[in-house]
Write a protein that binds this ligand. Structure first.
Ligand SMILES: CNc1ncnc2c1ncn2[C@@H]1O[C@H](/C=C/CNC(=O)c2cc(-c3ccc(F)cc3)cc(O)c2O)[C@@H](O)[C@H]1O
Ligand SMILES: [Mg+2]
Length: 214
């Protein structure tokens, strides 16, 4: 049977990147997506904004919603100091299998915990599964209509603290109108839009950075 796009993306990593070198894995995926097949990774332009926010926050606990092929997982994990963990949630087993191999190829398996399952089921289990009290940083990049319910769930589970940073992809394209309206109007968040472009295109898109105020 034909290979899937994530499998072809993984093959590009295995053929072009250097084992144990996260930057070469990132570059191999970006090259593949620009010159062979577009894929819904956060990409290099929005990815450098993601990098700067991660470096600014220096999270000790981080969560990613929607691993897909692990591109943003590698971008985030490569910047984390030793001893910190990035927990990434992915409910599609085929995508999770590819992501595990991409993360391992980058040599970052010790900084990442990929949990297979739905965010709605797993978020309430973060404390019992990992002893996590609160997240310093959350990268949101899964189904766009799940951004809002999932941050409300994070609030309910008291997994956010004063100063926790949420960074959401695709707030313009495909768009997350209900999420944007909430974080921009809620007294519990201070929000800022980082204008950029949809990965590998000239279409406008951007990231929304929101600080939880408690
Ligand atoms: C709902 N709870 C969930 N729990 C765990 N994993 C979940 C999940 N929802 C979705 N996922 C997973 O996240 C990933 C989903 C990502 C959805 N992303 C998009 O739709 C997306 C789409 C575009 C896009 C933009 C323009 C266009 F023309 C076509 C596509 C660009 C992006 O950057 C995107 O992130 C998959 O791996 C999916 O299996
Ligand atoms: Mg995205």
């Amino acid at each position: 049977t034909r290979s899937t796009r994530p499998q072809r993306l993984l093959r590009a990593v295995q053929q072009k990147a250097i084992k144990g070198d996260p930057q070469s894995v990132i570059s191999a995926i970006d090259y593949f997506c620009r010159h062979s097949e577009w894929a819904m990774n956060v990409g290099d332009e929005k990815g450098s904004i993601l990098d700067s926010v991660v470096c600014e926050v220096c999270p000790t606990t981080a969560l990613e919603l929607g691993t897909y092929c692990g591109y943003s997982t590698v971008r985030i994990a490569r910047l984390l100091p030793p001893g910190t963990k990035l927990i990434t949630l992915e409910f599609n087993p085929a995508f999770a299998a590819v992501a595990r191999q991409v993360i391992e190829y980058a040599g970052l398996q010790n900084k990442v915990c990929l949990v297979e399952g739905a965010s709605g089921d797993l978020i309430p289990k973060m404390c019992q599964m990992f002893g996590i009290k609160t997240f310093d940083f959350v990268f949101i990049d899964h189904w766009k209509d799940r951004y809002l319910p999932d941050i409300k769930l994070l609030e309910e589970c008291q997994l956010l603290r004063k100063g926790s940073i949420l960074l959401a992809d695709n707030v313009i394209c495909p768009g997350t109108p209900e999420y944007l309206e909430y974080v921009r109007n809620s007294p519990h968040y201070e929000s800022k839009y980082f204008k950029s472009h949809l990965e590998y295109t000239k279409v406008e898109d951007g990231l929304e950075k929101s600080v939880f105020l408690g």
